[in-house]
Write a protein that binds this ligand. Structure first.
Ligand code: PXG
Length: 457
């Protein structure tokens, strides 16, 4: 095995500081505090270079759904790399792992999905989406159907097209985004609204901001609508029950494509194979990544419904699009083994009927804490809102960084959860045991206490 240099934690931190530019990071701040060096992981725990054991309540970055330390996945990658470490799917070639995985993916997805286009990540998948959607309407002789409608505070990735689809203002401000032909409508974030409407009416109103935008632009110019079934990076925003059926009605009525971004919600996070299954939508395209391999190797793709695939194939000619690593053999072999684990160990059923409901119940109890204004969770994807006033639900001033204060207490007490402003989000691996769920909940309560003490001192 190719061993790495044996270094101390501080040597790694120094080298990291000197040579490594991190994603989504304020480097001045990082260099002051120094990186936490994670050296190994097992089950639901990660370990840092000081030997601290930390419960990973975020499954890495919403991806290590089958948990760490899976020898079956490692063996699948090694075996594939020995047999065929790389070959491409360009120029009329294919290889068994990409073919087998494509077949498995159509089996676990809704019946309209019979084909998949592979990429290397969620961002690449959404770049593919932009090009494929526009190509589809071009081939149908409607090139003016060019605009893709997304939502404020959506996250669809970090490449130019994916960040444009996303609705993150600070991202748009860096580099002149969004690119032309992408517009954003309201998100279904009831807690973040003025809460004058009851949730059901609010959900309808948020969906109708899509309809209003279609009418404003002219339906003949609108290609597609994209949304995460539950917004992840935006703060685990679970839409009211009225929202997705109304979005589906609008897409059907105006004939526009519905894209369900399943990068986080795909492969069981909500207790169903896909978020679209949970909410009962019938998408035309589903970008995915993350959970398809449980993060063991990078892989993404787009599930393509017959409506789109048949146009691309029958009327198509060549679609000038693809990546060197579209359907990388080792990544596909890892995905196949990961999907087998999900099935063999019934992990999606476990999220739906066992650990999901168990964690949800305890999570709801965190709502009794004086700092918590709301808790919410579907499957194993949840959030709680830190508030200044439990009665009026008034939030703290953003500048106080209360979410970050709480997040730092959490990590220092052995639990990773993410702070999105003052929203604390959680998405643990599907193998989380009841005891580990209790540990997560106990630590969360304790750190809310510590945050409250820090605020009052
Ligand atoms: N779509 C969705 C819904 C995502 O959540 C992407 C696309 C892009 O995937 P890649 O593989 O290109 O990163 C994502 C990624 C966070 C966080 O802090 C979330 C993501 C990535 C990094 C950080 O919540 N989501």
């Amino acid at each position: 095995m190719a061993a790495l240099e044996k270094r101390s934690r501080s040597e790694w931190q120094e080298l990291d500081k000197e040579h490594h530019l991190h994603p989504f990071t304020d480097h001045k701040d990082l260099h002051r505090k120094k990186s936490r060096i994670i050296t190994r992981a097992e089950g639901v725990y990660i370990y840092d270079a000081d030997g601290n054991k930390i419960l990973d309540g975020m499954s890495g970055l919403w991806c290590v759904n089958a948990g760490y330390g899976r020898d079956e996945i490692v063996d699948a990658a090694a075996a594939q790399m020995r047999e065929l470490p790389y070959y491409n799917n360009f120029f009329q070639c294919a290889h068994p792992p990409s073919i087998e995985l494509a077949n498995m993916l159509q089996e676990v997805s809704q019946p309209q999905f019979n084909r998949v286009f592979f990429s290397g990540s969620g961002s690449e998948s959404n770049d593919t989406i932009v090009r494929m959607v526009r190509r589809y309407w071009d081939l149908l002789g409607q090139p003016e159907r060019h605009t893709i409608i997304s939502r404020k505070n959506a996250y669809h990735g970090s490449t130019v097209a994916a960040a444009s689809l996303g609705g993150m203002k600070p991202m748009h401000e860096q580099g002149g985004l969004p690119i032309p032909g992408i517009v954003h409508v309201e998100q279904p974030y009831w807690f973040g609204s003025d809460r004058t409407l009851p949730p059901d009416e609010f959900g309808l109103a948020a969906a109708r901001s899509l309809e209003n935008k279609i009418q404003e632009l002219g339906a003949h110019t609108v290609a597609a609508f994209i949304g995460e079934p539950i917004q992840g990076a935006g703060g685990v925003i679970i839409p009211p029950d009225t929202y997705w059926p109304e979005v589906q009605r609008i897409c059907d009525e105006y004939g526009i494509l519905l894209i369900s971004d399943e990068v986080i919600t795909g492969f069981g996070r909500l207790g169903e194979w896909f978020g679209a299954d949970y909410f009962g939508t019938k998408p035309d395209l589903m970008p995915f990544a993350k959970g398809v391999t449980s993060g063991y190797l990078p892989l993404g793709g787009v599930l393509v419904a017959d409506r789109v695939a048949e146009v691309l194939i029958d009327r198509g000619g060549e679609f000038f699009h693809g990546y060197t690593y579209s359907g990388h053999p080792a990544a596909c072999a890892v995905a196949i083994e990961n999907l087998r684990i999900l099935k063999r160990e019934k992990l999606i059923e476990r999220v739906k009927n066992d650990i999901g409901p168990y964690l949800q119940k305890g999570w709801q109890k965190l709502g009794e804490h004086p700092l918590v204004g709301e808790t919410r969770m579907v499957g194993l994807m949840g959030a709680l809102e830190i508030v200044k006033d439990k009665e009026t639900l008034e939030r703290y001033d953003e500048k106080q960084g209360v979410g970050t204060i709480c997040r730092d207490f959490l990590v220092n007490n052995g639990l990773v959860m993410r702070a999105v402003g003052d929203t604390i989000v959680v998405a643990p691996p599907f193998i989380l045991s009841h005891e580990e769920a209790d540990e997560l909940l106990d630590k969360a309560w304790k750190c809310l206490d510590l945050t409250q003490q820090a605020l009052s001192s």
